[in-house]
Design a protein around this ligand. Structure first.
Ligand SMILES: [Zn+2]
Ligand SMILES: [Zn+2]
Ligand SMILES: [Zn+2]
Length: 121
């Protein structure tokens, strides 16, 4: 069972290893090689269990349906929600930050602008 796409309607045959997977994630988990790309994808409809092929270079909207049972297999993937609930962690943060920060500021700006212009003319 694919745990990535919960509502997978088809299995896709990986052209590289000729194995059937529900999604590319499943392939990545069980194989070390990268999923090869192909122009002609082989599918098995999960509804009618029949195989069919699709030319991905000429993929149209009507190709989103199983040619055998008309099951709409290209649907929005339902992915499992990452239910990560961090609870029970009663961490008391008692951090007193006493910063004795004495910023020494020197206000003695000595900007001598000597503008002696001795005109000798
Ligand atoms: Zn493969
Ligand atoms: Zn998967
Ligand atoms: Zn079908």
């Amino acid at each position: 069972m694919c745990k990535h796409i919960l509502n997978a309607q088809v299995s896709i045959r990986a052209p590289c290893c000729k194995q059937w997977y529900d999604c590319s994630e499943c392939h990545a988990e069980s194989q070390t090689h990268r999923l090869a790309r192909t122009t002609e994808m082989a599918f098995i409809c999960k509804k009618c269990k029949k195989a069919f092929r699709k030319d991905m270079t000429a993929y149209e909207e009507s190709d989103e349906y199983c040619p055998h049972c008309d099951n709409h297999y290209v649907i929005d993937a339902k992915t499992p929600q990452a239910a990560i609930g961090i609870e029970g962690e009663d961490a008391r943060i008692d951090s007193r930050l006493l910063k004795d920060e004495r910023v020494k500021k020197d206000p003695s700006r000595s900007l001598y602008s000597q503008d002696q212009s001795d005109r000798l003319g």
